[in-house]
Design a binder for this molecule. Structure first.
Ligand SMILES: [Zn+2]
Length: 226
């Protein structure tokens, strides 16, 4: 069961998951995760954003590393600066053949406009914790985004149209982190999320497992699977 998005919790055994960071101080740790984990370098604007060249040189040193999570979050202010960093990260990923996991909060239209501005230099993108409208889902999917469904999905308005969403490229994630670790063991969390999406979409577990592996291949540029 591949998990399209989770965080470091300090467990010894890395799982088959895309481990995203949101701060530079975790870069070294995700960069050195053993297979089958996929590490991704990220930075969000709740702290000062790093220089893109630093991300570039880490990616150069670690050819299996991806980018994530980066994005736009209205709560953190300076959307101009966030947008500049996001556009730079998308371009870096495109030129280095990496995927990007994005975090978008109260900035859906601005994110879509960034995709527009990136033109045809758009890397594979996972829109993590997707909960925007179906219209946004369609526009993002048209630009090649994979829409990733986190545990909160059943409490969003999107849940009513989830069967329509199932026709677009989607993935399953736990968004597991140190906080959720206090409440639920990881294996239980990933199984529960597959079960939830299966129940909402009326899809069986095997289909969902296969779907997430296909998304894994896209997000890793076909890096060695488990
Ligand atoms: Zn996350």
């Amino acid at each position: 069961m591949f998990d399209a998005h989770r965080h470091l919790t300090g467990e010894k055994e890395p799982h088959d998951a895309l481990y995203c960071t949101s701060h530079q101080d975790e870069w070294e740790k995700v960069a050195n995760l053993p297979l089958p984990a996929i590490g991704a370098l990220g930075a969000l604007a709740d702290r000062p954003l790093p220089a893109l060249y630093e991300m570039g040189s880490m990616l150069e040193t670690h050819p299996l590393l991806q980018i994530g999570e980066v994005g736009l979050d209205k709560r953190f202010g300076d959307l101009e600066g966030q947008q500049k960093f996001l556009l730079g990260a998308l371009d870096l990923a495109f030129s280095m053949n990496r995927s990007v996991t994005v975090h978008v909060v109260q900035s859906d239209a601005l994110f879509l406009s960034c995709l527009e501005r990136a033109g045809n230099r758009i890397p594979p993108i996972l829109w993590h914790g997707f909960s925007a409208s179906m219209e946004t889902a369609r526009a993002a999917a048209e630009k090649g985004c994979i829409l990733s469904l986190a545990p909160g999905i059943e409490h969003t308005r999107l849940v009513k149209r989830i069967e329509e969403l199932a026709l677009l490229p989607f993935a399953i994630e736990t968004d597991y982190d140190k906080k959720t670790m206090q409440e639920t063991p990881y294996i239980q969390a990933i199984e529960a999320q597959y079960a939830l999406v299966g129940r909402l979409m009326h899809k069986d577990g095997e289909t969902l497992i296969r779907n997430n592996y296909a998304k894994r291949a896209i997000l890793t540029n076909n890096a060695p699977p488990r």
